[in-house]
Each structure stands twice: as structure tokens, then as C-alpha cells.
Design a protein around this ligand. Structure first.
Ligand SMILES: C[S@@+](CC[C@H](N)C(=O)[O-])C[C@H]1O[C@@H](n2cnc3c(N)ncnc32)[C@H](O)[C@@H]1O
Length: 246
């Protein structure tokens, strides 16, 4: 589905495509992300030349690391600006493309990763189901997929309602709250002589919601982990909800 005008109005299509998004989140933990990729690829026992799709790859931090481990990696994201930045790192075994996760890929993959809460953005549940089916249909016969989502109960329990984060001289005023089964983050700041306002809005999807969707999509959920060390998932304590399926 190409990023048409209507889609450009969606919060996830506009906010993730701005330079300010990358400024606010520039201090993401790369080491932790790399350990997660080490653990996940070992757990999946991927062949050395495995073809991996990093779906909703952003600027490609996981893709670039996976490629450094020797894998054949494609990073795909809706944000043209993120893909333009990531593409600077492309090589013969590392490719990036603008792609909507609701679309089934022409190629088949040994593994498809959807990392760091890159799910639950759509208005309609049909789009969630379409995305799961697209992932499923883009796997080869022996392939595995992983969705790394927030653990909603942990996030709500630990929600910081208000904070100001100063990054690169910009004061980001952030408000967080839960409403209508979504977790909202309102972000206000002044930059480049203008006032900006963005809203992140992610569906509060719990394990049971994924289980239901996966059943509807004909997907088999193999394993669930609660953090990047791939330790057991506990509903009230785990930071992450990491699901492995095929
Ligand atoms: C929270 S970021 C995570 C990025 C990356 N996985 C990381 O860990 O740095 C979510 C990403 O999802 C992408 N995204 C949002 N909607 C998408 C869609 N429909 N198809 C593909 N990517 C999408 C955004 O552009 C953004 O890069």
C-alpha cells in the first residue's frame, strides 16, 4: 500500500518521518538491541546465510547489526526519511526499502522481526490481522517470526504521566495516559522557530489479544518471552512481550 495522501495524515506516517522523532529517541540503547539480536538469532538457530526481514526497521539499527553477524538482511519501513538514512549502510547483503507492513513481500524469509513496539498503530483491527497474515505469508516453510511488543500491564503500572526531555537543545514536553484501550504519548516542543505537536497512539494489546489474532490468522504461537534476555514472560513484571510464531 503506497503512502498516499490519506495515509500521510496518520500519526505513525507523519511523526516517524520527521527529524524530531529521531532526535527525541537518539539515545536508544544500541547495546541492549544487539544483545537481543544475539539471543534471538541463537534461539532460532538460524542458518549462517539466513534471509531476515526487519519489518518496521526505522533507521536500521537492528538490520545493520544483523548484517554484521553475516545474515542477508532486508530492512523495510513506511518512513521514506528513515529508509533514506538507513540506505547509507546498504551493501550486497543489506538492503532497505520503503514498504507498508500490511503488504505481503514477494520474497520469502527465514525470519521476520517486528521490533521495539512497531505494531498496534492502526485504527482498525482488520489492519492488525492483515499485517499478521502478511508476515505469515512472507515466511518460507521453515521460517519463524518475532513480534517484540511492550508489555501493556507493565507499561501502565510504570507510566510516567509527565516529563520534559531535553535533547539537542529541544525541550520535549511529554504527557502519557491511557484512554480507549490505547496508550497515548503527547509530545509538544518548539524547534526551528515553530511549535510542534505530535501524538503517539499505540493499541494496548495484551498476550490474549495477540493469541486471538494469531488464531484468526492461522498462525502458530511457539514461545513467549518477557525481556531481551529471552527470559520467561510474567504478565505483571516483564518489560516486554516477545512472541515467536510461525
Ligand atoms: C517505534 S519505531 C521502531 C523502529 C525500529 N524497529 C527500531 O527499533 O529502532 C516504529 C517504526 O514503525 C514504522 N512504521 C509505522 N507504520 C508502519 C507501516 N504501516 N509499515 C511499515 N513500517 C511502519 C515507523 O516508520 C517506525 O520506523
Amino acid at each position: 500500500m503506497p503512502a498516499n495522501e490519506n495515509q500521510k495524515e496518520k500519526w505513525y506516517a507523519s511523526w516517524f518521518d520527521t527529524p524530531y522523532y529521531h532526535i527525541l529517541y537518539k539515545d536508544r540503547d544500541y547495546t541492549e538491541a544487539q544483545h537481543f539480536m544475539d539471543n534471538l538469532t541463537q534461539y532460532l538457530n538460524l542458518p549462517d546465510d539466513a534471509k531476515i526481514l526487519d519489518l518496521a526497521c526505522g533507521k536500521g539499527r537492528h538490520s545493520i547489526y544483523l548484517n554484521s553477524l553475516g545474515y542477508n538482511v532486508t530492512g523495510a519501513d513506511l518512513s521514506e526519511n528513515s529508509i533514506a538514512i538507513a540506505s547509507k549502510f546498504a551493501n550486497e547483503k543489506l538492503h532497505f526499502k520503503v514498504h507498508d507492513m500490511r503488504e505481503t513481500c514477494e520474497e520469502k524469509y527465514d525470519a521476520i522481526f517486528n521490533l521495539f513496539t512497531s505494531f498496534g498503530y492502526f485504527e482498525s483491527d482488520d489492519d492488525n490481522l492483515t499485517t499478521l497474515k502478511a508476515i505469515h505469508n512472507s515466511l518460507n516453510e521453515t521460517g519463524f517470526a518475532c513480534i517484540d511488543f511492550m508489555n501493556v500491564d507493565y507499561v501502565i503500572e510504570n507510566l510516567v504521566p509527565e516529563e520534559i526531555k531535553t535533547v539537542d537543545g529541544i525541550d520535549f514536553h511529554i504527557k502519557r495516559y491511557v484512554k480507549d484501550n490505547h496508550i497515548f504519548k503527547e509530545i509538544d516542543f518548539e524547534a526551528d522557530g515553530e511549535k510542534h505537536h505530535y501524538t503517539e497512539k499505540v493499541q494496548a494489546l495484551r498476550l490474549e489479544d495477540f493469541e486471538k489474532m494469531m488464531e484468526d490468522a492461522g498462525i502458530y504461537l511457539l514461545d513467549v518471552f518477557g525481556n531481551y534476555k529471552l527470559q520467561k514472560f510474567f504478565k505483571s513484571q516483564s518489560e516486554r512481550l516477545i512472541m515467536i510464531f510461525k
